[in-house]
Design a protein around this ligand. Structure first.
Ligand SMILES: *[C@@H]1O[C@H](CO)[C@@H](O)[C@H](O)[C@H]1NC(C)=O
Ligand SMILES: *[C@@H]1O[C@H](CO)[C@@H](O)[C@H](O)[C@H]1NC(C)=O
Ligand SMILES: *[C@@H]1O[C@H](CO)[C@@H](O)[C@H](O)[C@H]1NC(C)=O
Ligand SMILES: *[C@@H]1O[C@H](CO)[C@@H](O)[C@H](O)[C@H]1NC(C)=O
Length: 412
């Protein structure tokens, strides 16, 4: 078996929409259809399991076509298109399931089959758009626009549980068609298939491998969080799922808690992009350096991977806990430092062995550079695992709550 030594994923869509100030269509008011007889239209909640692939990506199973052809795809709040490999992609490039339109009775090809091309933080894909029925758990949308990939780069890896396509959960404004369209989840909401206009994500601990997480369509799951859900408004005209950040802190907790690092953003609020499709958390180089040095001493960046490689045994003992906190307007995400120390795939993660730090500087490729210059911070799985997430598609806000760790350690 081929083992990828540094497998990490970086899926936020790179789009010119960020720079040209285009107008954005807001989701229209939804009509519930409680009284209608058509069973499949009844508003409900749909609970779908999430697969934790070594902590580096989170996958769901979706079906496309009639009968459904199955794909295990990455769950990505940092982009908005759904695509899967099609039979026009070579087996070398697309070694897993490939969508065959001739085997679906509900498939429809679009007029002049508009091509699509998507560039992510790492990797790109191209192919053509089409429409067919899409199902996620027991939620189904007919004639959903999706991409059939004919070529992909750096997105499908040889792995025992490969990701074979991407399900973008972002706003319609980030879709890449020549005409913006409603992604699967936004259609579920607009067409009244879900009880509340939200979807909620609980990833589970990094150590709970396999089908340990959950995405709930249409509601929140009280078993997965503690206390109240605090909501932050979405920033930036409904493009990325992003919120306004105020500061980043490190807290040392013994018998009392002490702020040992406090980086308050100067004149303006920084955007925190909430991106389940990216493994690590990215910010400007100086800030990332400061944080890793507080936690692990004088670490240098590994130039090949663009990450900090540190001793797995660094910081934290029985009597002291450290937390990295992302402070927003009303609430904060608090991550135990030990959860930011990620064993390299195949490593034990013990003291003396090598781990990757969950915070990294923005990559220096062109488009990441743009994000970096804006001062934005991309919050990925390394941090998001520590919070329950609620994405509200109607009131344009993101809810955060403390994860229920008791539930995480319950045997499945
Ligand atoms: C696709 O997945 C569904 C639901 O998990 C399952 O019932 C069906 O048998 C699968 N189909 C194939 C062809 O694997
Ligand atoms: C799409 O993929 C094909 C095959 O690899 C390639 O020749 C073409 O340049 C790609 N198109 C874009 C826009 O990247
Ligand atoms: C949102 O749109 C307004 C009006 O077009 C623009 O002035 C503002 O800069 C946009 N905000 C962001 C974060 O793009
Ligand atoms: C962090 O620094 C800012 C600005 O210097 C200050 O206003 C704030 O009170 C500090 N927060 C803590 C918890 O020390």
């Amino acid at each position: 078996m081929i083992k990828v030594v540094l497998l990490f994923i970086y899926l936020f869509i790179i789009t010119p929409a960020q720079t040209n100030g285009n107008t954005i269509t807001l989701p229209v008011e939804k009509k519930y259809r409680h009284n209608q007889v058509k069973i499949q239209k009844r508003a409900a909640t749909h609970n779908i399991q999430l697969y934790n692939n070594e902590g580096f990506e989170y996958l769901v199973n979706i079906g496309i076509g009639t009968p459904a052809q199955n794909f295990t795809v990455s769950l990505d709040t940092g982009s908005s298109d759904l695509w899967v490999p099609s039979i026009s992609c070579s087996e070398q490039e697309c070694p897993y399931n490939r969508f065959d339109p001739s085997k679906s009775s509900t498939f429809s090809i679009l007029n002049d089959t508009p091509p699509f091309y998507i560039a992510y933080g790492i990797g790109s894909v191209n192919g053509t758009f089409a429409k067919d029925n899409v199902e996620l758990g027991d939620a189904t949308i007919s004639q959903q626009m999706f991409g059939m990939a004919s070529s992909t780069q750096d997105l499908i890896f040889m792995s025992s549980s490969p990701s074979n396509g991407i399900l973008g959960l972002g706003y319609p404004a980030l879709t890449t068609g020549s005409v913006k369209y409603d992604p699967f989840l936004f259609r579920l909401q607009k067409e009244g298939h879900i009880e509340k206009p939200v979807f909620s994500i609980s990833m589970g601990s990094v150590h709970n491998q396999g089908w340990a997480g959950e995405i709930l369509l249409g509601g929140t799951n009280p078993e997965k969080y503690l206390g109240d859900i605090a909501y932050e408004p979405v920033w930036g005209n409904n493009t990325y799922w992003m919120v306004g950040g105020k500061s980043i802190q490190i807290i040392k907790e013994t018998t009392q808690s002490e702020v040992i690092f406090n980086h308050t953003f100067a004149s303006f609020v920084r955007c925190f992009i909430i991106d389940t499709g990216t493994s690590l958390t990215y910010m400007d180089h100086a800030l990332a350096d400061d944080i890793v040095r507080v936690m692990a001493g004088n670490v240098v960046l590994d130039q090949v991977s663009g990450t900090y490689i540190i001793d797995c045994g660094v910081k934290g003992d029985a009597t002291t806990d450290y937390f990295l906190e992302f402070v927003m307007q009303k609430t904060k995400i608090s991550v135990p430092i030990k959860d930011l120390i990620l064993p390299l795939p195949g490593e034990e993660g013990r003291q003396g062995s090598l781990c990757m730090f969950g915070i990294a500087p923005w990559m220096t490729t062109g488009t990441s550079q743009t994000m970096s210059e804006k001062g934005w911070i991309l919050i990925g799985d390394s941090v998001l695992r520590s919070t329950y997430l609620v994405f509200d598609m109607k009131d344009d806000q993101i809810g955060f709550a403390k994860v229920n760790t008791y539930d995480l350690f319950k045997s499945p």
